[in-house]
Ligand binder design. Structure first.
Ligand code: SF4
Length: 892
């Protein structure tokens, strides 16, 4: 961070992580050690000053380590002009030889709306194909398809405030406590103030979100449509439909009802199919049926399925039936994963959509957009959706691909095949802020993009609020904003006229103007009220929810208030949702079901959040969660390494038996990439089957098996430098405060551990201050390398996985000099006083460890308030409160 040029001292911007879209204040504090102070923006309507652990740690990700700072072609640094020429002529040549369908863009929900807009314009309007898709395909495309089927347009009806007005909140397939923590805290605070408010969680896992739930339905994976069809049938039987609303504002109930009557059965049958207790199902149905102010918030557990669109429509159906939509505190609420998945939807960043919510299949819309853009052509049919796109690269149909701000070699399903596809790609261009990712490694051309804090534009969060992201640091090296890179490539391709933007304000104005073109209420998405902002007004734009028309300059918090939907007849549509099993059921060879998802303190493929020591302390290595009895039946013990295998790939992680899972299920986090672990890219294991309507892959349901990963030794190293891991069979790395933490395992026991350790650490001086302990018969080795009594590196090895806690040893890296007592206890791995060992981190904001919390509970703390008062744990972002509650339960 030191020495980076600041362009503004105190800036209001937006968090770049999840779809909650929290407002952030970034304050660049000059001085000998320049730093950026991050806090929540109290004026932002999404978070009102709160931030979760990821937002709080944003300043830790602003360093230049690992950044891509110059354009590169085949590992050689080149000028921007050379790089732009190379990309433009490369794409131009492929288009000339093989047609526009031979090239594609794969973009990202991390891009700002302005970046997204120009990328979409270049591909669909000037190159002339719709081969532009986005990693948002992987998280919310099913919600988009469901909205279009039910509402006539991709519209999220509610605002976050509705969550505080609801009497019943149903969270479906959403670990809100970890994945949208600030939203979860808003819900919990509302419940504390109004205890009559109920929370139901529908999720196969007992996640931290369930800790505050009045009811948890651990539904069998993939059976949500049965549950919701059952609810529709039950509501009809009980006479709880809002007939007036249905008659006045909807159509299609009969067809939906017919499917439900033929497939749902009674509560008993539903419960059996979903693997639930009938009484619990009935309780949920009763609460839903008798609570007008009900919100159903759904997320990836619904969307990431081969029937994700039907799942979402089955949820929307019950809201239409009861008229629970368009009024305060009610409605179906899709919570998006990424900071600007919504912005991407607005500009048409998906391969099957057109800009400004117009339809690619509609010739009038196509002509309208082409005329507005004054473009030489317009894509005439939908392009390739993410999974199809990489398959087309593999097959050689797509020969030129530009990936912007995404890491598909980690995040895509069947990710090894994606890697193979990219290796085959004739021209692979990657623009990214990081130099070395699993994807940039394969690129012929790497273009340095500006990172968060350096770029300006807008993002749209889950409740349609458009917020500004503002730069507070100058871009380092030759890094440039994505919109600039795209416009420059367009100019080099001869399309300069359509891309003569001076900055993001110009682009936003064009985007807003397009949304208002031929839009007298025809499309709900409308930013015409923002089309004439001056640059200064754009700079000072306050968060506001679209649509923003001339007559609604402050935006629109809630949609469908008058029961009018976006179809030309104004009616919402019931969609018949015929339940079906996931595409691949488990079998004898693969008897378990793999589910993937997020953890609290990491983001996507860890390229940024993996740099934060406080975030990496929470769950520092890839893990595999399994039901304790399943672990027992497969002969596996918690804490040991296991291999998970599917028909598509395999990974290795540390076994946990958290008790969160149903029998037969496996959970593996989605984050680890090859820079942080040798063998933990879970995307490689995921079935690439997709939902037929949305093209979204089935990340939540891949048949899998688990087996021991047999090794001869386990170990860990803490080191100020990088460890040479060539000789180990498995490793995982986590960033610490002034050190790297490595978890290690090997199949071969070296003859001389001391020599091997020195080699791994790169210690060449024969007189290095080296202390070690070796028990060759017991297979134990412990070594420490010191420099002037300062610890440089430690390595602990044992035949068993139960090595000493890393917490106290890690703290020694903060000391300039070890005391004699530290030195004496160093190789024991434990401090002289057990109280000095904090244990693994639970509260990332204040670095409070599990053992400290357990001691406080043993010492009399009875609730989270008392823990907060004594330790500060849980008093900043609140993301750890569910874990504090779990520890309190264990301690009672
Ligand atoms: Fe960022 Fe956390 Fe807010 Fe999401 S909830 S936007 S990750 S601070």
């Amino acid at each position: 961070m030191n020495g980076r040029a600041a362009i503004s001292a105190d800036v209001r911007t937006t968090c770049p992580y999840c779809g909650v879209g929290c407002g952030v204040r970034a304050n660049v504090i000059a001085g000998e050690r320049q730093r950026v102070a991050i806090k929540g923006d109290t004026a932002h309507p999404a978070n009102r000053g709160a931030l979760c652990s990821k937002g709080t740690a944003l300043a830790e990700t602003l360093g230049l380590e690992g950044r891509l700072l110059e354009p590169m072609i085949d590992q050689q640094t080149v000028s921007w002009d050379q790089a732009l020429n190379c990309v433009a002529t490369g794409f131009g040549r492929l288009i000339e030889q093989h047609g526009p369908e031979s090239v594609a863009f794969y973009v990202s929900g991390q891009l700002l709306t302005e970046d997204y807009y120009v990328a979409n314009k270049l591909m669909k309007g000037f190159i002339g194909t719709a081969n532009i898709d986005t990693n948002s395909r992987l998280c919310m495309a099913s919600a988009v398809a469901a909205h279009k089927r039910a509402f006539g347009e991709d519209l999220v009806p509610l605002s976050y405030e509705d969550l505080e007005l609801a009497d019943l909140i149903v969270l479906v397939g959403s670990n809100t406590a970890w994945c949208h923590p600030v939203l979860y805290q808003r819900i919990i605070k509302a419940k504390e103030q109004r205890p009559s408010m109920r929370i139901v969680v529908i999720d196969p896992r007992f996640t931290p979100t369930c800790g505050s739930a009045d009811l948890h339905l651990p539904v069998r994976a993939g059976t949500d449509v049965w549950l919701y069809n059952g609810l529709l049938a039950w509501l009809l039987q009980q006479g709880l439909a809002d007939r007036q609303f249905v008659d006045a504002h909807t159509s299609g109930l009969e067809a939906a009802q017919l499917v439900v009557e033929n497939t749902a059965g009674d509560v008993e049958a539903v419960a059996k199919r979903c693997g639930l207790e009938p009484a619990a199902v009935l309780q949920f149905y009763e609460w839903f049926g008798r609570t007008p102010k009900t919100i159903t918030a759904f997320s990836q557990g619904v969307n990431q399925s081969s029937c994700g669109t039907d799942k979402a429509n089955s949820i929307i159906n019950v809201h239409l039936l009861t008229g629970r939509i368009g009024q305060p505190g009610m409605g179906p609420f899709s919570i998006t994963g990424q900071p600007n998945a919504m912005g991407g939807r607005e500009v048409g960043g998906l391969a099957n959509t057109l800009a400004a919510h117009m339809d690619l299949e509609n010739p009038v819309h196509r002509q309208r957009v082409q005329k507005f853009w004054q473009s030489p052509r317009i894509a005439e049919r939908p392009g390739l959706k993410a999974v199809e796109l990489f398959e087309a690269v593999h097959a050689g149909h797509v020969k030129g691909l530009w990936i912007m701000g995404s890491n598909p070699v980690v995040s895509m399903p069947d990710a090894d095949r994606v890697r193979e596809a990219l290796r085959r790609c004739e021209l692979l261009v990657v623009s990214d802020c990081m130099a070395d990712t699993d994807t940039t490694r394969l690129a012929q051309v790497r273009l340095p993009a500006s990172a968060w804090g350096e770029k300006s534009g807008t993002v749209t969060n889950s409740d349609r609020h458009i917020s500004r992201q503002r730069a507070f640091l100058a871009a380092p090296g030759a890094a440039r904003p994505d919109w600039w890179i795209v416009c420059q490539v367009a100019r080099h391709m001869g399309f300069g006229q359509g891309f003569a933007f001076r900055g993001p304000a110009d682009i936003f104005a064009e985007h807003a103007a397009l949304s208002g073109t031929h839009n007298e209420g025809e499309r709900v998405f409308n930013l015409s009220g923002l089309a004439h902002l001056s640059t200064e007004e754009y700079e000072n734009l306050e968060p506001l929810p679209w649509p923003v028309r001339e007559d609604t300059p402050a935006g629109t918090a809630r949609l469908f208030a008058g029961g009018r939907f976006a179809f030309s007849d104004g009616r919402g549509r019931f969609v018949p949702t015929r339940p079906r099993a996931p595409s691949h059921e488990r079998d004898e060879e693969y008897p378990l079901v793999l589910n993937t998802g997020r953890i609290r303190d990491q983001w996507h493929t860890m390229t940024r959040s993996g740099q934060s020591a406080s975030l990496s302390a929470h769950l520092p290595e890839p893990f595999v969660d399994l039901h304790p009895q399943d672990a027992l039946s497969f002969g596996l013990r918690g804490g040991e390494l296991v291999r998970v295998a599917t028909r598509w790939g395999q990974m290795v992680g540390r076994l946990r038996t958290s008790g969160e899972l149903r029998r037969g299920a496996i959970f593996v986090p989605m984050h680890w990439n090859s820079r942080f672990a040798s063998d933990a890219r879970v995307g490689a294991l995921v079935n690439p089957v997709v939902d037929p309507h949305s093209g979204e892959p089935e990340f939540k349901h891949t048949p899998a098996r688990v087996e021991p990963f047999v090794v001869a030794w386990h170990g860990f190293a803490l080191t100020r430098g990088i460890l040479n891991v060539n000789a180990v069979s498995w490793w995982a790395r986590a960033q610490g405060q002034e050190f790297q933490r490595y978890e290690l395992a090997g199949r071969q026991v070296p003859g001389d551990w001391s020599a091997v350790t020195r080699k791994m650490l790169g210690v060449t001086a024969p007189d290095a201050d080296w202390i070690d302990y070796s028990d060759p018969l017991g297979g134990v080795y412990r070594g420490a390398w010191l420099k002037r009594d300062r610890v440089e590196a430690l390595l602990f090895v044992s035949p068993r996985a139960d090595l000493p806690s890393r917490a106290w040893l890690a703290e020694l890296f903060a000391k300039e000099q070890l005391t004699n007592r530290d030195r004496a206890y160093l190789l024991s791995g434990q401090p002289a006083h057990p109280e000095a060992d904090a244990g693994s981190t639970v509260c990332s904001c204040f670095g409070v460890g599990r053992k400290v919390i357990e001691r406080a509970i043993a010492g009399g703390c009875r609730d989270t308030q008392q823990l907060g008062a004594r330790l500060k744990a849980g008093t900043n972002c609140g993301s750890c409160i569910p874990e504090l509650r779990a520890l309190l339960m264990q301690g009672q």
